[in-house]
Ligand binder design. Sequence first.
Ligand code: 5AD
Length: 332
Amino acid sequence: MTRDEIIVWLEEDNPRKLEELYAEADAVRLAAVGDEVHIRALVEISNHCARDCYYCGLRRDNTVLKRYRMTQDEILECVRAAAARGRKTMVLQSGEDPKLTPEWVAELLRKIKNETDIAVTLSLGEYTHEGYAEMKAAGADRYLLKQETVNPELYANLHPDMKVENRIRCLEWLIELGFQTGSGMMIGLPGQTAEVIADDILFIKKMQFDMCGIGPFIPNPDTPMAADAQGALDMTLKAVALTRIAVPHLLMPATTAAGTVDPDGRRRALLCGANVIMPNATPLKYRALYNIYPNRQGIDDAEVDSMERIGELLKSIGRTISDGYGHSYKKK
Ligand code: 5AD
């Protein structure tokens, strides 16, 4: 699909036409990655953040947020519990916490890999090449770092003191170091046109990422973007579908944000290209503090409870749960 064709689809609002797009994306998903849905339990290990992104509740200037950082023992306990439930993969995510040095992360990874047979995805933000290399050497399998947008102007409007060139360089390093690498973006940001979204989809295609997360922007009252409009589920689904068609091998989550703006959001994402679900496995006492945006779906559910609901959802749409590591489908 050309850039112009992607833009036309993003601007389409005839529901019958959109059903055709979603059906095509669903067919591409089935042919490329099958009916299996991968479960990635997410542990949010710290909500400290040195960055000040205007959309995010973890931003350093948000002084009303109480901060926490899990200890390595607390994290290991979550990982052990997940492994005991048969999980073969999980995601460790945090704000850009300067206390999570590469040495600290590497030490944690060695403990995890020593005790369990689990594929670990990190989502901890920007580090140096050496920092990422140290994490990889300690056994990290994957890394998520959303580009958010490669449009320099929009990127600068959202991220004070950050540069899109650095973001892209980090993504290039991750790929070069052999991480299975994920990126992605929010949909419905102020100033984000169809052209901007099309260029982000084409960037994901050019980079041939292994994973890609796309979710609606949800305004957080404790941020400068409190008064901005929420991203629409429809535009999010169009972006998910077009990204699946552009890059058939991707692992793409039906995001929690999609489930937050609409109770049917995750099911609809699974029907137009998504093939991953990320239940929250953060200890409940920390869960509400990882307040990126308000009213997150599943905020008070133990992971076992969300799994029960996820199981029912997948059964209702004829999809199965993968019991593997969920490694990349990308042909090497
Ligand atoms: N609404 C939706 N998603 C958000 N994120 C951060 N803030 C928001 C928000 N207000 C997403 C970003 C980030 C991921 C951790 O959460 O895409 O990369």
